[in-house]
Design a protein around this ligand. Structure first.
Ligand SMILES: [Zn+2]
Length: 177
């Protein structure tokens, strides 16, 4: 998405924290707690401001404990076969939570499909594309999750209730887009 980035400073902060976590682990692999703290902060900021992170970034963060997942250091990565498909299974060594990703070069993430690109213009484009949403979402239950859905809706429901109302409003707006 070219053009103006809305929350430029926030994204810069996310980037900084993510890179800082990498630096910490590169200098001292034992210092995983600090890296986890950076990643946790990064995740909190992204959640508060409802910023979407690139899948390549999201997949290197544990959804359970926010550890930075580096194969061989903080996580294990194994190739598995299931129903004729190949999966990469990533298991966090801190909390043992695993995520799996479809190992198919032809697989395209929904966010990379042309239908998902609204060109930064909500409004009319959304209305045109909206009938497509129901068709595209079901086959896309992202292979990334072993645990179906429980954590996600719980978080979303919890947010508007527990946090300030302004946060809730932002969540709903972004979901529409
Ligand atoms: Zn973990």
């Amino acid at each position: 998405m070219a053009g103006q980035v809305k929350d430029r400073e926030a994204f810069q902060r996310l980037s900084f924290l993510y890179q800082a976590a990498h630096c910490v682990l590169a200098q001292d692999p034992e210092n995983q707690a600090l890296a986890r703290f950076y990643c946790h902060t990064e995740r909190t900021v992204a959640r508060r401001l409802v910023l979407r992170r690139d899948p390549s970034v999201k997949r290197t963060l544990c959804r359970g404990c926010s550890s930075l997942l580096l194969p061989g250091l903080t996580c294990t990565q194994r190739q598995r076969r299931c129903r004729g498909q190949r999966w990469t299974v990533q298991t966090c060594l801190t909390c043992q939570r695993s995520q799996r990703f479809l190992n198919d070069p032809a697989h395209v993430l929904w966010g990379d499909l042309p239908q998902a690109q609204l060109g930064g213009q909500p409004g009319a484009t959304v209305l045109e594309n909206s009938p497509i949403y129901p068709d595209l979402r079901p086959p896309q239950p992202l292979p990334s999750t072993v645990h179906p859905t429980p954590p996600h809706p719980a978080e979303e429901k919890a947010q508007p209730q527990s946090s300030r109302p302004s946060d809730g409003v932002t969540v709903f707006q972004t979901n529409k887009v």
